[in-house]
Design a protein. Structure first.
Length: 247
């Protein structure tokens, strides 16, 4: 790789050569985030260097720096002070981030540990608290998922609806709100596993379906511990399937 294909980052901005990514502002934003969190680049007043200084240090244009800073403003990590420049938010970022991808095995494992803590608890509560109407909704969503599996359809939307109906039956507004956040960022990994499973083996597809059925059966029985175990098994297996596709 030639020098033109790299960004040169100078001390104290994490001196290293960074391969030029597809989204350059996003890579610069992440490097800035790490430098800010480590306290490498701000002065005693938590002020960032100027756009021109950052552009020179990172070897990129000022528009790239401007877009990277805009990304960090959107996260609440950076705030502007009229006529004074850009400063680190003293309260820290106001946005919770989950950006793990399939290419990072360690982070992926930690992500599933985190997902287990949310989904298993919600499933346990759903077995305890679900109403007759909510149980019917869970059954209906499972039936749609079963039909999609039988018809070799994509099934990702039905999979998502099944899990959402369970979380809603937990009657915990925090679980419900956070599940919506997870659906947009984390469940895409599980949906990737579903697609890859379908492409590899229909036997595996029906194994996944059996895992869903075990969760449904436990919720129907009103057995919170059985429901929690079924949800744990499903997520452990989903993590294992994702890991196998990375090999």
């Amino acid at each position: 790789m030639s020098a033109d294909d790299r960004i040169r980052v100078q001390d104290p901005l994490r001196a290293s050569l960074i391969p030029r990514p597809t989204t350059l502002p996003g890579e610069v934003a992440e490097r800035l985030r790490q430098a800010i969190l480590q306290g490498d680049i701000v002065d005693q007043n938590q002020k960032l260097p100027s756009e021109a200084s950052l552009a020179t240090s990172y070897g990129v244009s000022r528009p790239v720096i401007r877009e990277a800073i805009f990304m960090l403003k959107s996260d609440g990590l950076i705030i502007s002070q009229q006529g004074r420049g850009q400063f680190v938010n003293p309260h820290g970022s106001s946005v919770f981030r989950l950006d793990t991808g399939m290419d990072d095995g360690d982070n992926l494992a930690e992500l599933f540990e985190f997902l287990l803590s949310v989904e298993v608890s919600a499933t346990r509560l759903a077995a305890q608290r679900r109403t007759a109407d909510e149980l019917r909704q869970i059954r209906d969503s499972y039936a749609r998922l079963y039909d999609a599996t039988r018809e070799l359809a994509d099934g990702t939307a039905e999979d998502e609806q099944f899990h959402q109906s369970i979380v809603r039956a937990s009657h915990n507004q925090h679980f419900i709100a956070f599940a919506e956040f997870l659906d947009a960022r984390v469940r895409r990994l599980i949906r990737t596993a579903r697609k890859n499973t379908r492409n590899r083996s229909m036997d595996l597809v029906w194994q996944v379906q059996a895992e869903h059925k075990a969760i449904l059966d436990a919720i129907e029985a009103g057995d919170p511990e059985l429901a929690a175990r079924a949800a744990t098994t499903h997520l452990h297996n989903a993590a294992a399937r994702l890991a196998s596709y990375r090999e």
